[in-house]
Design a protein around this ligand. Structure first.
Ligand SMILES: Nc1ncnc2c1ncn2[C@@H]1O[C@H](COP(=O)(O)OP(=O)(O)O)[C@@H](O)[C@H]1O
Ligand SMILES: [Mg+2]
Length: 272
């Protein structure tokens, strides 16, 4: 059992909490490129942690590794004390580690409600296949649970709209709702507010805080620095696959190496 504790930087009332996710030397090569290079990532239960870095830094590859979509070249991933390094995506979901995707990956021809219903079945490929096949006959308890998730995410009035007819912002939130239906303990959000206006992104970041307050730990990749700085308690900065810096939003945003990495990559505009 992992008994290690991490001190939460910005919330003094929560002195410490159990380590939920821990990677050791996490590495993934693509040919000669080390997309993720010896990353030691630690996320304590109840935290909102930001994973940031210039384009190509390895953030999405990290998520692909954590969620079992690709295998590491080296290193280990522990979740709630269990080694999950070699598990397949549905096995990872079953343990409570659930991701959303950078791009919307909804079932465009299904309704909001049906998409969330399918989210309930993400933990099993067979179950997902069956659910897709018999989607007009979902059990009442699953429908009720999915309506709750839609309500919670503010999408109740869109339950019967086809996903493809929803505005972009609502499609992104529906992606989060699908992930929530799978009952995550740790939610991995890949660029949840990218492409949203100020209003929409504010609402989504408020939703992220509410999700955490309901007991779900959050690891967040996002380019919108206002969103990251205003929401995350701790931030890990990747650059060329390696951890460049780690700390509170205030520490990271004044770190010379971090500023240089962003400016060097020509991403200064992303910091506003
Ligand atoms: N499937 C892949 N095959 C080859 N190279 C990849 C693959 N996925 C990512 N990469 C490369 O790995 C690096 C990290 O990419 P990525 O994790 O998507 O970065 P980020 O999400 O931080 O922008 C990039 O140089 C990218 O081109
Ligand atoms: Mg990415």
């Amino acid at each position: 059992m992992v008994e290690e504790r991490i001190r939460s930087q910005s919330e003094s009332r929560r002195v410490s909490s159990a380590l939920l996710l821990e990677t050791h030397g996490l590495t993934r090569h693509f040919g000669g490129l080390a997309a993720v290079n010896r990353v030691d990532l630690r996320v304590a239960e109840g935290e909102i942690v930001g994973l940031i870095g210039p384009n190509g830094a390895g953030k999405t590859t990290c998520f692909n590794l954590l969620s079992g979509f690709i295998r590491p070249t080296a290193g280990t991933i522990r979740f709630d004390g269990e080694d999950i390094t070699r598990l397949r995506p549905h096995q990872v979901v079953k343990r409570g580690l659930v991701r959303t995707f950078q791009l919307t990956t909804l079932f465009q021809e299904l309704t909001g409600l049906e998409n969330v219903l399918l989210g309930l079945h993400l933990h099993s490929r067979r179950s997902l296949g069956r659910a897709l096949f018999s989607r007009r006959r979902f059990p009442p308890d699953e429908v009720a649970r999915s309506r709750e998730v839609l309500e919670f995410t503010g999408l109740a009035s869109q339950a019967d709209q086809l996903a493809r007819n929803l505005p972009h912002g609502h499609q992104r939130v529906l992606g989060i709702a699908m992930a929530l239906a799978a009952r995550p303990r740790l939610l991995l959000l890949d660029e949840p507010v990218t492409g949203m206006n100020l209003d929409e992104s504010g609402r989504v970041m408020a939703l992220v805080k509410t999700i955490r307050d309901r007991g779900v730990t959050v690891l967040l990749v996002e380019h919108n620095m206002k969103a990251v700085m205003g929401t995350c308690e701790r931030i890990v900065v990747l650059n060329f696959g390696q951890t460049l810096a780690e700390g509170s939003p205030a520490e990271v945003s004044t770190n010379a190496k971090v500023i240089e990495a962003y400016l060097g990559a020509g991403l200064a505009h992303a910091r506003g």
